[in-house]
Design a binder for this molecule. Structure first.
Ligand code: NAP
Length: 256
Protein backbone atom coordinates (compact mmCIF):
# COMPACT_ATOMS: atom_id res chain seq x y z
CA UNK A 1 0.00 0.00 0.00
CA UNK A 2 0.99 3.62 -0.38
CA UNK A 3 1.21 5.28 3.01
CA UNK A 4 2.17 8.81 4.13
CA UNK A 5 3.17 9.84 7.62
CA UNK A 6 2.50 12.93 9.73
CA UNK A 7 5.04 13.18 12.56
CA UNK A 8 8.60 11.93 12.89
CA UNK A 9 8.66 10.70 16.49
CA UNK A 10 8.85 7.25 18.07
CA UNK A 11 5.72 5.82 16.48
CA UNK A 12 6.16 7.36 13.02
CA UNK A 13 9.70 6.00 12.96
CA UNK A 14 8.91 2.44 14.07
CA UNK A 15 5.70 2.09 12.07
CA UNK A 16 7.26 3.68 8.97
CA UNK A 17 10.22 1.29 9.04
CA UNK A 18 8.04 -1.74 9.79
CA UNK A 19 5.66 -0.81 6.95
CA UNK A 20 8.49 -0.34 4.49
CA UNK A 21 10.01 -3.69 5.56
CA UNK A 22 6.62 -5.31 4.98
CA UNK A 23 6.65 -4.05 1.38
CA UNK A 24 4.59 -0.87 1.66
CA UNK A 25 5.73 2.46 0.23
CA UNK A 26 6.18 5.47 2.47
CA UNK A 27 5.34 8.16 -0.09
CA UNK A 28 5.53 11.36 1.97
CA UNK A 29 6.37 12.59 5.43
CA UNK A 30 5.32 15.79 7.13
CA UNK A 31 6.95 16.99 10.32
CA UNK A 32 6.70 20.53 11.70
CA UNK A 33 10.49 20.82 11.83
CA UNK A 34 11.72 20.77 8.24
CA UNK A 35 15.23 19.65 9.11
CA UNK A 36 13.89 16.71 11.14
CA UNK A 37 11.49 15.85 8.31
CA UNK A 38 14.36 15.76 5.81
CA UNK A 39 16.52 13.51 7.98
CA UNK A 40 13.54 11.29 8.76
CA UNK A 41 12.50 10.95 5.10
CA UNK A 42 15.91 9.48 4.28
CA UNK A 43 14.93 6.33 6.16
CA UNK A 44 12.49 5.55 3.36
CA UNK A 45 13.00 4.80 -0.33
CA UNK A 46 11.87 7.65 -2.65
CA UNK A 47 10.06 9.45 0.14
CA UNK A 48 9.09 13.10 -0.35
CA UNK A 49 9.06 15.73 2.39
CA UNK A 50 5.99 17.94 2.39
CA UNK A 51 6.02 21.28 4.14
CA UNK A 52 2.37 21.53 5.10
CA UNK A 53 -0.34 18.98 5.86
CA UNK A 54 -1.76 19.29 2.35
CA UNK A 55 -2.26 15.80 0.91
CA UNK A 56 -4.87 16.88 -1.65
CA UNK A 57 -2.65 15.76 -4.55
CA UNK A 58 -1.17 12.78 -2.75
CA UNK A 59 -1.44 9.25 -4.11
CA UNK A 60 -1.36 7.83 -0.59
CA UNK A 61 -4.14 5.36 0.17
CA UNK A 62 -3.62 5.93 3.89
CA UNK A 63 -2.22 8.90 5.81
CA UNK A 64 -1.21 8.08 9.39
CA UNK A 65 -1.14 10.86 11.99
CA UNK A 66 1.51 10.00 14.60
CA UNK A 67 1.94 13.29 16.46
CA UNK A 68 1.64 14.03 20.19
CA UNK A 69 -1.90 13.48 21.47
CA UNK A 70 -2.49 17.15 22.19
CA UNK A 71 -1.35 18.16 18.67
CA UNK A 72 -3.73 15.91 16.72
CA UNK A 73 -6.62 18.40 16.78
CA UNK A 74 -4.57 21.30 15.40
CA UNK A 75 -3.04 19.09 12.69
CA UNK A 76 -6.51 17.85 11.70
CA UNK A 77 -7.82 21.44 11.46
CA UNK A 78 -5.19 22.26 8.81
CA UNK A 79 -5.26 18.89 7.07
CA UNK A 80 -6.24 18.66 3.38
CA UNK A 81 -6.95 15.27 1.86
CA UNK A 82 -8.05 13.82 -1.43
CA UNK A 83 -11.44 12.03 -1.34
CA UNK A 84 -9.85 8.65 -1.90
CA UNK A 85 -7.42 8.82 1.03
CA UNK A 86 -8.07 7.24 4.42
CA UNK A 87 -6.87 9.23 7.42
CA UNK A 88 -6.04 7.47 10.69
CA UNK A 89 -4.39 8.40 13.98
CA UNK A 90 -2.28 6.15 16.20
CA UNK A 91 -3.46 7.43 19.59
CA UNK A 92 -4.74 5.32 22.46
CA UNK A 93 -6.56 8.14 24.17
CA UNK A 94 -8.13 10.17 21.33
CA UNK A 95 -11.46 9.01 19.96
CA UNK A 96 -12.29 8.46 16.32
CA UNK A 97 -14.52 11.58 16.44
CA UNK A 98 -11.48 13.85 16.33
CA UNK A 99 -11.29 12.91 12.61
CA UNK A 100 -14.99 13.42 11.85
CA UNK A 101 -14.26 16.13 9.24
CA UNK A 102 -13.30 13.24 6.98
CA UNK A 103 -15.56 10.49 5.64
CA UNK A 104 -12.85 7.81 5.47
CA UNK A 105 -11.30 7.95 8.92
CA UNK A 106 -9.91 5.47 11.37
CA UNK A 107 -7.68 4.57 14.27
CA UNK A 108 -4.54 2.49 13.88
CA UNK A 109 -3.39 2.05 17.48
CA UNK A 110 -0.40 -0.20 18.11
CA UNK A 111 -0.61 -1.42 21.72
CA UNK A 112 3.11 -1.43 22.40
CA UNK A 113 5.74 0.91 23.84
CA UNK A 114 7.95 2.63 21.25
CA UNK A 115 11.22 4.49 21.64
CA UNK A 116 13.39 5.43 18.68
CA UNK A 117 16.52 3.88 20.21
CA UNK A 118 15.00 0.42 20.34
CA UNK A 119 13.69 -1.48 17.33
CA UNK A 120 10.94 -3.89 18.23
CA UNK A 121 9.33 -6.84 16.57
CA UNK A 122 5.72 -5.93 15.81
CA UNK A 123 4.67 -9.38 14.63
CA UNK A 124 2.78 -10.07 17.86
CA UNK A 125 1.89 -6.50 18.86
CA UNK A 126 -1.86 -5.95 19.24
CA UNK A 127 -3.20 -3.43 16.71
CA UNK A 128 -6.52 -1.83 17.70
CA UNK A 129 -8.49 -0.82 14.62
CA UNK A 130 -11.58 1.36 14.40
CA UNK A 131 -13.00 3.15 11.37
CA UNK A 132 -15.86 5.32 10.18
CA UNK A 133 -16.84 2.93 7.37
CA UNK A 134 -16.13 -0.58 6.17
CA UNK A 135 -13.76 0.50 3.39
CA UNK A 136 -11.50 2.30 5.87
CA UNK A 137 -11.82 -0.53 8.40
CA UNK A 138 -10.87 -3.19 5.85
CA UNK A 139 -7.86 -1.30 4.50
CA UNK A 140 -6.53 -0.39 7.97
CA UNK A 141 -7.02 -3.99 9.13
CA UNK A 142 -5.20 -5.22 6.05
CA UNK A 143 -2.32 -2.84 6.73
CA UNK A 144 -2.14 -3.97 10.38
CA UNK A 145 -2.31 -7.64 9.40
CA UNK A 146 0.72 -7.13 7.17
CA UNK A 147 2.67 -6.20 10.33
CA UNK A 148 1.11 -8.33 13.04
CA UNK A 149 -0.95 -11.46 13.64
CA UNK A 150 -2.70 -9.76 16.56
CA UNK A 151 -5.23 -7.33 15.03
CA UNK A 152 -8.50 -6.43 16.81
CA UNK A 153 -11.57 -4.30 16.12
CA UNK A 154 -11.70 -1.97 19.16
CA UNK A 155 -14.04 1.00 19.57
CA UNK A 156 -13.06 4.36 21.11
CA UNK A 157 -14.58 3.58 24.55
CA UNK A 158 -12.76 0.25 24.75
CA UNK A 159 -9.51 1.87 23.56
CA UNK A 160 -9.69 4.45 26.37
CA UNK A 161 -9.84 1.65 28.97
CA UNK A 162 -7.04 -0.25 27.23
CA UNK A 163 -4.89 2.88 27.20
CA UNK A 164 -5.54 3.55 30.90
CA UNK A 165 -4.66 -0.07 31.74
CA UNK A 166 -1.51 0.27 29.61
CA UNK A 167 -0.46 3.39 31.54
CA UNK A 168 -0.49 1.32 34.76
CA UNK A 169 1.11 -1.80 33.27
CA UNK A 170 3.77 -0.03 31.24
CA UNK A 171 4.34 3.64 32.10
CA UNK A 172 3.89 3.38 35.88
CA UNK A 173 5.79 0.07 36.10
CA UNK A 174 8.64 1.66 34.18
CA UNK A 175 8.65 4.63 36.55
CA UNK A 176 8.92 2.23 39.49
CA UNK A 177 11.80 0.45 37.74
CA UNK A 178 13.51 3.83 37.29
CA UNK A 179 13.24 4.32 41.09
CA UNK A 180 14.90 0.91 41.61
CA UNK A 181 17.60 1.96 39.14
CA UNK A 182 18.23 5.21 41.04
CA UNK A 183 18.40 3.51 44.46
CA UNK A 184 20.88 0.93 43.17
CA UNK A 185 23.00 3.49 41.28
CA UNK A 186 23.09 5.77 44.34
CA UNK A 187 24.73 2.85 46.16
CA UNK A 188 27.04 1.93 43.27
CA UNK A 189 25.08 -1.06 42.10
CA UNK A 190 23.42 -1.81 38.82
CA UNK A 191 19.83 -2.44 37.75
CA UNK A 192 21.12 -5.50 35.92
CA UNK A 193 21.14 -7.24 39.32
CA UNK A 194 17.33 -7.14 39.27
CA UNK A 195 16.99 -8.48 35.72
CA UNK A 196 15.89 -12.06 36.68
CA UNK A 197 13.50 -10.62 39.29
CA UNK A 198 11.95 -8.16 36.83
CA UNK A 199 11.57 -10.83 34.16
CA UNK A 200 9.95 -13.31 36.56
CA UNK A 201 7.59 -10.61 37.90
CA UNK A 202 6.14 -10.03 34.43
CA UNK A 203 6.14 -13.70 33.43
CA UNK A 204 4.42 -14.74 36.67
CA UNK A 205 1.76 -12.02 36.40
CA UNK A 206 1.01 -13.23 32.86
CA UNK A 207 1.05 -16.92 33.85
CA UNK A 208 -0.95 -16.91 37.10
CA UNK A 209 -2.47 -13.41 37.23
CA UNK A 210 -1.17 -10.30 39.02
CA UNK A 211 -3.48 -10.63 42.04
CA UNK A 212 -2.21 -14.11 42.88
CA UNK A 213 1.40 -13.10 42.23
CA UNK A 214 1.78 -10.34 44.82
CA UNK A 215 4.58 -10.82 47.37
CA UNK A 216 6.57 -8.43 49.61
CA UNK A 217 6.38 -6.83 53.08
CA UNK A 218 2.99 -5.11 52.60
CA UNK A 219 1.40 -8.33 51.29
CA UNK A 220 2.84 -10.25 54.28
CA UNK A 221 1.68 -7.53 56.67
CA UNK A 222 5.27 -7.01 57.84
CA UNK A 223 5.02 -3.50 59.31
CA UNK A 224 8.51 -3.57 60.85
CA UNK A 225 10.16 -3.87 57.41
CA UNK A 226 7.78 -1.33 55.86
CA UNK A 227 8.76 1.23 58.54
CA UNK A 228 12.45 0.45 58.04
CA UNK A 229 12.07 1.13 54.31
CA UNK A 230 10.19 4.38 54.93
CA UNK A 231 12.92 5.49 57.32
CA UNK A 232 15.61 4.63 54.75
CA UNK A 233 13.79 6.91 52.29
CA UNK A 234 13.52 9.91 54.66
CA UNK A 235 15.73 12.03 52.39
CA UNK A 236 13.76 11.03 49.28
CA UNK A 237 10.28 12.37 50.09
CA UNK A 238 8.83 11.76 46.61
CA UNK A 239 9.94 8.12 46.58
CA UNK A 240 8.87 7.72 50.21
CA UNK A 241 5.37 8.96 49.30
CA UNK A 242 5.08 6.45 46.45
CA UNK A 243 6.31 3.63 48.73
CA UNK A 244 3.76 4.56 51.39
CA UNK A 245 0.82 4.85 49.00
CA UNK A 246 1.56 1.57 47.24
CA UNK A 247 2.10 -0.24 50.55
CA UNK A 248 -1.22 1.08 51.86
CA UNK A 249 -3.00 0.00 48.67
CA UNK A 250 -1.53 -3.52 48.91
CA UNK A 251 -2.38 -3.75 52.63
CA UNK A 252 -5.99 -2.70 51.94
CA UNK A 253 -6.31 -5.27 49.16
CA UNK A 254 -4.93 -8.24 51.09
CA UNK A 255 -5.65 -7.40 54.75
CA UNK A 256 -8.97 -5.52 54.64
N1 NAP B 1 5.36 5.99 22.14
C1 NAP B 1 4.52 5.01 22.36
O1 NAP B 1 4.88 4.05 23.04
C2 NAP B 1 3.14 5.01 21.72
C3 NAP B 1 2.47 3.78 21.61
C4 NAP B 1 1.23 3.76 20.96
C5 NAP B 1 0.67 4.92 20.48
N2 NAP B 1 1.31 6.12 20.64
C6 NAP B 1 0.68 7.32 20.09
O2 NAP B 1 1.34 7.71 18.89
C7 NAP B 1 1.33 9.14 18.78
C8 NAP B 1 2.75 9.66 18.65
O3 NAP B 1 3.48 9.28 19.79
P1 NAP B 1 5.08 9.27 19.81
O4 NAP B 1 5.50 8.44 20.96
O5 NAP B 1 5.59 8.95 18.45
O6 NAP B 1 5.39 10.78 20.16
P2 NAP B 1 6.80 11.55 20.03
O7 NAP B 1 7.91 10.58 19.86
O8 NAP B 1 6.83 12.51 21.15
O9 NAP B 1 6.64 12.35 18.65
C9 NAP B 1 5.64 13.31 18.52
C10 NAP B 1 5.65 13.88 17.12
O10 NAP B 1 4.61 14.87 17.08
C11 NAP B 1 5.18 16.09 16.63
N3 NAP B 1 4.45 17.21 17.21
C12 NAP B 1 4.37 17.55 18.51
N4 NAP B 1 3.61 18.65 18.66
C13 NAP B 1 3.23 19.02 17.41
C14 NAP B 1 2.43 20.08 16.89
N5 NAP B 1 1.87 20.98 17.71
N6 NAP B 1 2.23 20.15 15.56
C15 NAP B 1 2.78 19.21 14.73
N7 NAP B 1 3.54 18.19 15.16
C16 NAP B 1 3.75 18.09 16.47
C17 NAP B 1 6.63 16.04 17.08
O11 NAP B 1 7.39 16.98 16.36
P3 NAP B 1 8.81 17.48 16.94
O12 NAP B 1 9.73 16.30 16.77
O13 NAP B 1 9.13 18.64 16.09
O14 NAP B 1 8.60 17.81 18.39
C18 NAP B 1 6.95 14.59 16.75
O15 NAP B 1 7.18 14.42 15.36
C19 NAP B 1 0.58 9.67 20.01
O16 NAP B 1 -0.77 9.83 19.67
C20 NAP B 1 0.75 8.54 21.02
O17 NAP B 1 -0.28 8.49 21.97
C21 NAP B 1 2.55 6.18 21.25
Amino acid sequence: MKVSLIGSGNVADQLGCALQNAGHEILEVYSRNLEKAQTFSQRFINCKVITDVDFSNSEAEIVLIAVSDNAIESVVERLKLSDKTIIAHTSGSNSLDILNRFSKAGVFYPLQTFSKERKIDLSNAPFCIEASNSEAFNLLSELATSLSNNVHPINSDQRKVIHLAAVFACNFSNHLISISEKLLNDHRMDLYLLKPLMEETIQKAIAVGAEASQTGPAKRGDEKITHQHLDFLKNEPEIQKIYQQLSEAITKKYHA
